[in-house]
Design a protein around this ligand. Structure first.
Ligand SMILES: C[S@@+](CC[C@H](N)C(=O)[O-])C[C@H]1O[C@@H](n2cnc3c(N)ncnc32)[C@H](O)[C@@H]1O
Length: 252
């Protein structure tokens, strides 16, 4: 076609299939897809976003110290729940509340990772660490209760840490189920009330966060009855719970 438009050639449209729902708008901030207008955050989501923004710079250092003292290392702490995941090469894997991306470091490097979190500062830390660990991941800034992904998209979906204090645990669980493919096993891990009482309440850096131990209960009653193989277990010396279940075939 010439520049005057006399020759009407074939118009070629490129349809780029992305993982994101078509009607969701995002801003790309330093390589991170942001679906959050921070002015709209409220309740515990706003509270914990602020706490994690504040402690993001020290998160990995303090975690490493804690895991070394209590478990003999971070790998030993994470093994009892990450071993629940079967991740094949090229699997599309989603972690809800990925924080600084620490779990990806211990998983199959040949999978395709996506990590979402409400704290942009935690995600910026993740970006830095993942580069150092040579792990490729798409990082997405959004609420766990409102995932911007297509239905039935991910081969593996898991969550480790955070859900106890989400605004709406039920909605977050339904979102994880929605974006998982049928027959996917989902994993949810978080702290027990024992960890809240014996550790968090005494930690001056958390400044009143994580003090409600009643919220730290296994959300087994929030799993839809259609899910199969629902199992829960207390792990990591009583400090964490893990909950697994399978999204059945035919579940929409
Ligand atoms: C304890 S950290 C867990 C980080 C990481 N998964 C790990 O295992 O180290 C909890 C994370 O949950 C995130 N978070 C809290 N509320 C959230 C919400 N409603 N939606 C998404 N992420 C949330 C926080 O920003 C924080 O990064």
């Amino acid at each position: 076609m010439d520049l005057c438009g006399r020759d009407h050639g074939v118009l070629i449209f490129f349809f780029v299939k992305t993982m994101f729902l078509k009607d969701r708008k995002y801003n790309l901030i330093k390589g991170i897809y942001s679906f959050i207008d921070e002015n709209t955050l409220a309740g515990d989501n706003l509270k914990y976003k602020k706490i994690y923004d504040r402690i993001s710079w020290a998160y990995n250092l303090s975690q490493r110290f804690f895991f070394r003292i209590k478990f003999g290392g971070e790998k030993k702490f994470r093994e009892p729940f990450l071993s629940e995941l079967t991740i094949r090469d090229n699997d599309k894997v989603l972690e809800v509340s990925t924080g600084t991306g620490n779990n990806f470091r211990f998983l199959n490097k040949k999978a395709v990772y996506t990590g979402v979190d409400i704290s942009m500062k935690m995600l910026l830390q993740a970006k830095k660490h993942l580069k150092r660990w040579k792990v490729k991941a798409t990082l997405v800034h959004c609420e766990g209760e409102n995932l911007p992904f297509e239905d039935n998209y991910f081969d593996v979906v898991f969550h480790c840490g955070g859900i106890n204090y989400f605004n709406d645990k039920q909605k977050a669980i339904l979102e994880m189920i929605r974006v998982a493919k049928q027959e996917t096993k989902l994993l949810i891990v978080d702290e027990t009330d024992k960890l809240v009482r014996e550790n968090y309440r005494k930690n001056p850096f958390l400044k009143g966060g994580f003090s409600d131990a009643d919220k730290a209960s296994v959300p087994v009653n929030l799993i839809p009855k259609e899910m199969t193989g629902i199992r829960s277990e207390i792990i990591c010396k009583g400090m964490m719970y893990k909950l697994t279940f399978i999204k059945p075939k035919q579940y929409e």
